[in-house]
Design a protein around this ligand. Structure first.
Ligand SMILES: NC(=O)c1ccc[n+]([C@@H]2O[C@H](COP(=O)([O-])OP(=O)(O)OC[C@H]3O[C@@H](n4cnc5c(N)ncnc54)[C@H](O)[C@@H]3O)[C@@H](O)[C@H]2O)c1
Length: 351
């Protein structure tokens, strides 16, 4: 965030601009240059995050580098003399130990706000379903089922996302979003996880430096929460023939709610009223001008992050480091459960 001296075309009330990026990859630097030029924005490009930090140019940082780089970059930001507010893309880190170290380090920086990019919370149908649940219409939540049926992992710079050692594993890398949602809907912390999954269809004919990708492309994951509610994830990454990418169902003791993305439909009804009483709503948010890949949630997330920064300490980040840690811990437990063929407790992966 910078003032309008650097970006005269930006109104003072907005006063936010991308002023610098750090990326070691030359084609990515060039893309950033081209994008900035298309908006007529001045942009400083650094080849490493340390140079960017030392430049003192930025007040706020978005860490959107590959998962395995988050830990080192976050630690450098947190230990830098100049305070920077940070939005770090999910997953917070690829291991529970790294998440815990970041949390520890951040305790000594009350001058910094750190938010984790678990942005599925902001998808309009998900947010509406959350309102329904929080409004008590469904009663005490007992079951949260999330189905993600979608296309395979996209190609990333230097193919970092093809290997568990870089991503943390599919159930950490992408499914931390869903474990975060389950925890919110269940309104409780997880206790133990059972999972079954494999790499069955995708990436089998790919090799990188002689190595075949090891990221799983389908799984079922069951999560038990401390209040007795249960979550279930049904992940399939070779399901392009689907109308929706995400289908969420939350069932309480008096009603059931559902959200469908990208149809953006939300439904809810009660056991008493039955099928005839089910309500259907198209969830929209007028603030979204550009849907992007995540149906506007990235934009809403950034608005919320900005508002927390402007509140100067009176507003906590909407998704904090603890949320980031728990979403990773469930993913790590699920990956371990597949490996061991048994339930894995959250306590076990937190040790
Ligand atoms: N919120 C979401 O749903 C969502 C969606 C997609 C990606 N992500 C996350 O965003 C992050 C980036 O993913 P992506 O899809 O943009 O990957 P990408 O490979 O397309 O881009 C990553 C960029 O980071 C650069 N980079 C590599 N090492 C770096 C370093 N040390 N410092 C600075 N830059 C570095 C790469 O050169 C590349 O340009 C990942 O953590 C990913 O999980 C989140």
């Amino acid at each position: 965030m910078k003032n309008r001296r650097m970006h005269p075309q930006i109104e003072l009330t907005e006063a936010v601009a991308v002023v610098a990026i750090a990326d070691p990859h030359l084609p990515s630097q060039q893309q950033a240059h081209n994008l900035a030029r298309s908006f007529n924005w001045p942009l400083q490009v650094f080849s490493g995050h340390k140079e960017l930090l030392d430049s003192g140019m930025c007040d706020v940082l978005v860490v959107s580098s590959p998962n395995m780089t988050h830990f080192e970059i976050l630690m450098d930001i947190i230990t830098h003399p100049k305070p920077h507010h940070v939005l770090v893309e999910k997953p917070l880190c690829t291991t529970v130990a790294h998440c815990a170290k970041v949390i520890d380090a951040a305790k000594s920086r009350p001058d910094m706000l750190v938010q984790v990019g678990l942005e599925y919370r902001y998808m309009p149908p998900v947010a509406k379903l959350m309102d329904v649940v929080k409004g008590g219409i469904l009663g005490q939540v007992k079951m949260v089922a999330i189905r993600e049926h979608r296309f395979p992992f996209l190609v990333k710079v230097n193919n970092w996302n093809r290997f568990n050692c870089n991503t943390g594993g599919t159930l950490v890398e992408k499914c931390c979003h869903f474990f975060d949602l389950m925890r919110l809907f269940a309104s409780a912390n997880p206790v133990r996880v059972m999972a079954s999954g494999a790499i069955d269809v995708n990436h089998k004919d790919e090799t990188y430096d002689g190595k075949v990708p090891d990221i799983i492309d389908n799984a079922y994951v069951i999560v038990e929460f401390e209040n007795g509610s249960r979550g279930m994830l049904d992940l399939c990454m070779f399901a392009e023939g689907s109308k929706n990418e995400q289908e969420i169902s939350v069932v309480g003791d008096i009603g059931k709610g559902e959200a469908f993305v990208p149809e953006s439909i939300v439904r809810w009804g009660s056991r008493v009223e039955g099928r005839d009483g089910v309500k259907t709503l198209k969830a929209e948010d007028d603030r979204i001008k550009y849907d992007g890949l995540h149906h506007g949630s990235s934009y809403l997330e950034h608005l919320q992050f900005l508002s927390a920064i402007r509140a100067k300490g009176s507003q906590a980040p909407a998704v904090d480091l603890h949320d980031g840690l728990i979403s990773v811990a469930i993913g790590v437990a699920a990956q371990l459960s597949i490996e061991k063929g048994r339930f894995v407790t959250i306590e076990e992966v937190m040790e």
